[in-house]
Design a protein. Structure first.
Lengths: 159, 202
């Protein structure tokens, strides 16, 4: 199969890729991450030798961009509040659109493979065979990553 | 399913505007030299028309009846798979086509990318591009101008495969006896364009 016009990849996959990225990096970074994913894919696209499994290829790139974004955010220095100097810092409340902010912060804190597997399983509602296909692992490894991720989330999130 | 699993299935996803995603991607691709083919459609009196533009020039014009998705496949295969909806890069083409249909423009001033046309066919289409607005030539005339006076039939095939109709005005080529010949966009379209230009085939 020859390569379809790149526009078709955008039309077919952008919405779901965005949902995946919201799960991995949060709503504020997801769209930038999506753009980074698409431009990286566009750059590499003509070098692909065939058009098989373009979806898995896109998710490999999205996963890489999400991992980069999470790492970058973790490294970003936290603002410190100096008592008595300047205005008081804004209270850190979750924006109204994120009722489950604690949960998603915990998801972002998972090891990359567990995070990706959990998001594929629950946000995109995929089965283990599909997750394995997208992550380039075995279904068994996908299942283990999902359950390890869930276990860890349970210890960190109040239920 | 546990409560945790249910909550994971409901992330707060902001809505994504697909048009904005493509526009931003096209902007970045253009800035980074990755926009190999810009694709846009425009409304004309002949229905929607798709145009494809490379950094070298206009490479493909398609009528609705050709099926734009299939034409995009063809462009991806023969020109480059980096095809994106990018109306801004096609602005000059769309403006000149609009003006042509409004009878405000008689000649196109656009760079052409001849990638999709080879050899003798390219000679025929270059000769065709030189036929003035409102005038007509025969298949034999354009064959002769391309260097093969006896190749009228081959010239007809070249014109039938013209990837850039309207701008490369293959509608101005008719039979020597005045018969209309054929046209990719259909004979009604050929008649419409000749009438628009004030040409009167017998």
């Amino acid at each position: 199969m020859s390569l379809p016009p790149f526009q078709r990849l955008v039309d077919d996959h952008a919405t779901e890729l965005h949902r995946f990225l919201v799960g991995c990096v949060g709503p504020d970074l997801a769209e930038d991450c999506l753009q980074d994913t698409l431009i990286a894919a566009l750059r590499a696209y003509p070098r692909l030798r065939h058009g098989d499994n373009l979806r898995a290829w896109l998710y490999t790139i999205a996963h890489r961009k999400a991992t980069d974004a999470v790492r970058l955010r973790a490294r970003r220095p936290k603002t410190v509040q100096l008592n008595g100097i300047g205005p008081a810092a804004e209270p850190r409340t979750a924006p109204a659109s994120l009722p489950d902010d604690g949960l998603w912060t915990a998801v972002r804190g998972l090891p990359a493979k567990q995070r990706e597997a959990v998001v594929h399983r629950y946000v995109l509602d995929l089965d283990y065979r599909q997750i394995a296909e997208r992550m380039g692992t075995s279904p068994e490894a996908a299942r283990q990553n999902v359950s390890a991720g869930l276990r860890r989330l349970r210890t960190e999130v109040d239920q | 399913m546990t409560d945790l699993e249910r909550r994971l299935a409901r992330p707060a996803t902001p809505t994504l505007d697909p048009v904005r995603v493509t526009a931003e991607l096209a902007r970045r691709a253009d800035a980074e030299g990755l926009l190999d083919v810009a694709w846009a459609t425009l409304e004309t009196p002949l229905g929607p028309i798709a145009v494809f533009v490379t950094p070298r020039g206009l490479v493909r014009v398609a009528y609705d009846r050709e099926n734009f998705a299939e034409v995009a496949d063809e462009v991806a295969e023969l020109v480059s798979p980096r095809v994106l909806m990018a109306p801004r890069r096609t602005d000059p083409v769309r403006r000149q086509l609009d003006a042509y249909f409004a009878k405000g423009r008689r000649a196109f001033d656009l760079p052409i990318d001849w990638t999709l046309v080879r050899g003798f066919n390219r000679g025929v289409l270059r000769a065709t591009a030189a036929i003035p607005y409102g005038e007509m030539a025969s298949y034999g005339d354009v064959a002769a101008a391309a260097g093969s006076p006896r190749a009228a039939r081959a010239a007809g095939n070249a014109l039938a495969g013209n990837p850039i109709p309207i701008v490369v005005p293959c509608h101005r080529v008719i039979h020597a006896d005045g018969g209309l010949g054929g046209y990719t966009g259909g004979l009604d379209t050929k008649r419409f364009l000749l009438k628009l230009e004030g040409a009167r085939p017998s």
